[in-house]
Ligand binder design. Structure first.
Ligand code: AMP
Length: 299
């Protein structure tokens, strides 16, 4: 049975009871509208810690004024069923007033990692993310906290925040879960019309092109970048960025550079009114495309 906590106090008490039994807590923060990617994080948490807690909270401070806070998909009943199906022990589903008490004025700002990649396109986004995750860690620590590599920049920002603010939290990253055609699962995929969903396929195709070239020895950053860009450009309404970057610092690697270690290829594009992000670390992550992963058949 999955227990539901609606208040900070109920969340703390439930975690306290688990710890009193000697159980380590695995914690998975989410915004709900759960899909197989989120459930993979649950499985990873359960593998590493006997007691698993989810939070489901659409965090208003990480949305810009013209972003999709109002229409972000919400389905608490369905989410609770999914949590129960993978054995999540506790779901924390607070109201905004629980997370942002009246008069709330404190924000957490993580330096350069927040300013790379999505930073210039989503002013205040990572400040909102770091702030709400710091609040969640203040309630849930000590714990192991599981995040997806789908949001690679977010993972790096949270790792740094947890370290700098001395939280007793071990941050773990989980590989991106993809649909059969390679598109990364995302709650925002629900916005796509059937025609837009077809266009979104250009994202894994572009990343797959860069992956294959890297696997064949291509190390020129500009060539790898343009292979991905060439796929997404005709499908996108707008391209925010397609960037090759250092996977640790997220600093951009210039087109004329030659790569000598694993490199992040990250992108954000718009398909009509939906902004989609994706990434992979060349030299570390598998291809987003099943055909590259499976290799030649054994017949
Ligand atoms: P969200 O609810 O979209 O804020 O995501 C909550 C957590 O799930 C974050 O750590 C995400 O990185 C992770 N996540 C979302 N989509 C995926 C995916 N397709 N594969 C793996 N993790 C994911």
């Amino acid at each position: 049975m999955t227990e539901v906590a609606r208040t900070r106090e109920a969340f703390r008490q439930a975690l306290g009871r688990a710890r009193a039994k000697g159980d380590r807590v695995g914690f998975v923060p989410t915004m709900g509208a759960l899909h197989s990617g989120h459930l993979q994080l649950a499985r990873e948490a359960k593998r590493r810690a006997p007691y698993t807690a989810f939070s489901i909270f659409v965090n208003p401070t990480q949305f810009g004024p013209n972003e999709d806070l109002g229409r972000y998909p919400r389905d608490l009943e369905g989410d609770l069923r999914k949590c129960a199906s993978v054995g999540v022990d506790l779901v924390f589903a607070p109201d905004a007033s629980e997370m942002y008490p009246a008069g709330d004025a404190t924000r957490v700002r993580v330096g350069a990692l927040s300013e790379a990649l999505c930073g210039p396109f989503r002013a205040g986004h990572f400040e909102g993310v770091a702030t709400v995750v710091a609040k969640l860690f203040a309630l849930a620590a000590p714990c192991l906290a599981v995040f997806g590599r789908k949001d690679y920049q977010q993972l790096r920002v949270i790792e740094r925040m947890a370290r700098d603010l001395l939280f007793d939290v071990e941050v773990v990253g989980v590989p991106t879960v993809r649909d059969d055609d390679g598109l990364a699962m995302s709650s925002r995929n629900a916005y796509l019309s059937p025609e837009e969903r077809v266009r979104a396929r250009s994202i894994p195709l572009g990343l797959g092109k860069a992956w294959s070239a890297f696997a064949s020895g291509e190390r020129r950053a500009g060539v790898l970048r343009s292979l991905a860009l060439r796929e997404v450009l005709p499908a996108a309404t707008r391209v925010d960025y397609v960037t090759i970057a250092d996977p640790d610092t997220l600093a951009t690697i210039d087109d004329d550079a030659v790569i000598s270690k694993p490199a992040l290829v990250a992108l954000a594009i718009w398909i009509e009114k939906t902004r989609l992000i994706d990434n992979l670390v060349l030299g570390e992550d598998p291809s987003p495309l099943a055909q590259d992963r499976e290799g030649p058949s054994a017949t």
